[in-house]
Design a protein around this ligand. Structure first.
Ligand SMILES: [Zn+2]
Ligand SMILES: [Zn+2]
Length: 95
């Protein structure tokens, strides 16, 4: 698995306005692969999104008990819509 370079990370943060693409928080930002690397997702910006640590945990199905209104499916759907809209009609998150 190829790790993201700092330049790749910075480009994603910049695209997303240095805030979480789901909740708008600017704290504890992390990069998330929409399609996980092990499932064939690429390191292209089409597959990467800026999330805060809370939303990132939700995207991985963690800490859901802290956010009773949220489901992992809902978070994944929001990420899909964000990326698909951003790169429409040529969205391609696959390697
Ligand atoms: Zn967030
Ligand atoms: Zn992730």
């Amino acid at each position: 698995m190829t790790k993201l370079t700092n330049a790749q990370r910075k480009a994603i943060y910049k695209r997303d306005g240095y805030m979480c693409a789901l909740c708008g928080s600017g704290r504890y930002l992390q990069i998330h692969h929409y399609i996980h690397r092990g499932q064939g997702g690429s390191n292209s910006p089409h597959n990467l999104i800026t999330l805060c640590s809370d939303c990132h945990a939700l995207a991985h199905g963690l800490n859901l008990h802290d956010f009773p209104d949220m489901t992992q499916e809902y978070v994944e759907q929001c990420i899909l819509e964000y990326l698909a809209d951003y790169y429409a009609p040529d969205w391609d998150p696959w390697e």
